[in-house]
Design a protein around this ligand. Structure first.
Ligand code: CAA
Length: 258
């Protein structure tokens, strides 16, 4: 299959998927997420592949869901059609390990996508955050559920409520990233980890992943659905229209709390 918004290649038994909308800082739209889902499914089913690395560009792993694409949506659109993040959780059904190799911005849906991977190796220029609050919405693809599990409630609240970014050192210190390496060593480090995993027995690797996720995911499914409905509900507000219109038109938003 040919893809337009991702690149795929293999190195030994490792599959590498690169998000490839560089001009939009890899903003995640339906097409990109469909392509990602289909590549993940194909590599998961391929006996020649033992581990998958997901990465972006030097400047951005992904700067979030595509704001331009959703700026005009209302509550009825997003709720009725389960818009924006309905095809995102497919990453969770991949049974082989998926490593996120993150450089640059991993914001909003980009941070959420990285957190859906099994672990994150960050370049020293990586910046993580959930800035949705600035757009008059909340995280919509697991941010309010996975971030507290990864970094604890205090830091998750701080990031979600202020919308600030944290750098790679803070992300490693707080448990979001498992390793931080210089930018020019990112892929070497991620590939090294992936190749190491490929050398182990695949059944044990899959079982280990499944078991760790069991500990981690508890009642995540309920949390995700709860979050998705609240996320959709923010599209009923004027503040969502204002926040996104302001972004698209490069001006400062004026929120009216309605
Ligand atoms: N959606 C659509 N386009 C985006 C985008 C996004 N999430 N992020 C960046 N872009 C676009 C910009 O509009 C810009 O396009 P033009 O060149 O056509 O103007 C281009 O990418 C480059 O961006 P900037 O000029 O803004 O680059 P910068 O270096 O000055 O700033 C940034 C980088 C801080 C990441 C800034 O682009 C930014 O704040 N982006 C938005 C981040 C965000 O709010 N993410 C959350 C989205 S909502 C979400 O993800 C919901 C969810 O939970 C599922």
């Amino acid at each position: 299959m040919t893809y337009e918004l991702i690149l795929t290649r293999t190195e030994g038994r490792v599959a590498i998927i690169t998000l490839n909308r560089p001009k939009q800082l890899n903003a995640l739209n339906d097409q990109l997420m469909d392509e990602l889902g289909s590549a993940l499914k194909a590599f998961d089913a391929d006996d020649g592949i033992g581990c998958i690395v997901l990465t972006g560009s030097e400047k951005a792993f992904a700067a979030g869901a595509d704001i331009g694409a959703m700026a005009t949506y209302g509550f009825a659109d997003v709720y009725k059609n389960d818009y924006i993040t309905r095809n995102w959780e497919q990453l969770r059904s991949v049974r082989k390990p998926v490593i996120a190799a993150v450089s640059g911005f991993a914001l909003g849906g980009g941070c959420e996508l990285a957190m859906m991977c099994d672990f994150i190796i960050a370049a020293d220029n990586a910046k993580f955050g959930q800035p949705e609050i600035k757009l008059g919405i909340i995280p919509g693809s697991g941010g309010t559920q996975r971030l507290p599990r990864a970094v604890g409630k205090a830091k998750a609240m701080d990031l979600v409520l202020t919308g600030r970014m944290m750098d790679a050192a803070e992300a490693e210190r707080s448990g979001l990233a498992s390793r931080v390496v210089p930018l020019d060593k990112l892929m070497e480090e991620a590939l090294g980890a992936a190749l190491q995993i490929c050398d182990y027995g695949q059944i044990a690797v899959m079982a280990a992943k499944e078991a760790v996720n069991r500990a981690y995911e508890g009642t995540l499914a309920d949390g995700i659905m709860f979050e998705r409905r609240l996320f959709h509900a923010t599209f009923a507000t004027s503040d969502q229209k204002e926040g996104m219109d302001a972004f698209v038109n490069k001006r400062k938003p004026v929120f009216t709390n309605r």
